[in-house]
Design a protein around this ligand. Structure first.
Ligand code: SAH
Length: 195
């Protein structure tokens, strides 16, 4: 098996694992009432961009090899690093779901008895689930040796993140007021100590 195919297999296993982690939360979320929703066309566009760049483009590439012109040689150490980064992303993704619990939403929503989570990973950064998406986008870029597919993942993540994060923080400020303000003052967004 070539190094490039090993990268592809790892990505496929990773994306299946992603859904195995997410599915039970999607089911449970249906039973928790939403009291205030900020779903918007912009947010849906961001979600669609992430879905496109982080699953449809790479899945199509793995299935068909398209776009071949953008392939570059796969190196074992790059693919190995990609596997490590993707696994770190998955681990972070799972932890954030456990920590957010019933407060999780796929979009921007306040749920009945919504609680502000600020411990665990949420004590380190205030959007650790988006940190996990960034890790998985970087992992995808390293696992799949193709410029288009690598950039699609980063771009998908960037669109989801930048179309959403300002609105999400405004929603949290509106709902939690000074408590969220203080939480913002002591945490970075997605990269500890940096951003
Ligand atoms: N941005 C967070 C959460 C993503 S899930 C992260 O990256 O980990 C999106 C939902 O989580 C939104 O409906 C938002 O209202 C809610 N949310 C965001 N931060 C939260 C927090 N610290 N505690 C509780 N809910 C939060």
């Amino acid at each position: 098996m070539s190094v490039a195919s090993i990268g592809e297999v790892v990505w496929v296993i990773g994306i299946v694992a992603w859904y195995v982690v997410r599915y039970p939360f999607e089911r449970r979320a249906r039973r928790v009432r939403v009291t205030s929703s900020r779903r918007s066309p912009t947010d849906t566009a961001g979600l669609a961009a992430a879905l496109f760049g982080m699953s449809i483009v790479p899945a199509f590439y793995v299935a068909t090899g398209f776009p071949k012109f953008a392939d570059y040689p796969a190196h074992a150490w790059v693919v190995g690093l990609g596997a490590l980064v993707f696994v770190m992303g998955l681990w972070t993704f799972r932890r954030t779901h456990k920590e957010l619990g019933r407060n999780w939403s796929i979009s921007l929503e306040i749920r009945e008895k919504h609680q502000l989570i600020s411990s665990g990973l949420y004590a380190v950064v205030r959007h650790p689930m988006y940190t996990s998406f960034l890790l998985m986008a970087v992992g995808q870029m390293l696992l799949l040796s193709n410029w288009v597919v690598g950039l699609a993942g980063i771009l998908g993540f960037a669109l989801l993140f930048f179309l959403r994060v300002g609105k999400e923080e405004r929603l949290m400020l509106e709902f939690f007021g000074p408590e969220y303000r203080a939480y913002m003052d002591r945490t970075k967004r997605i990269i500890p100590y940096l951003y």
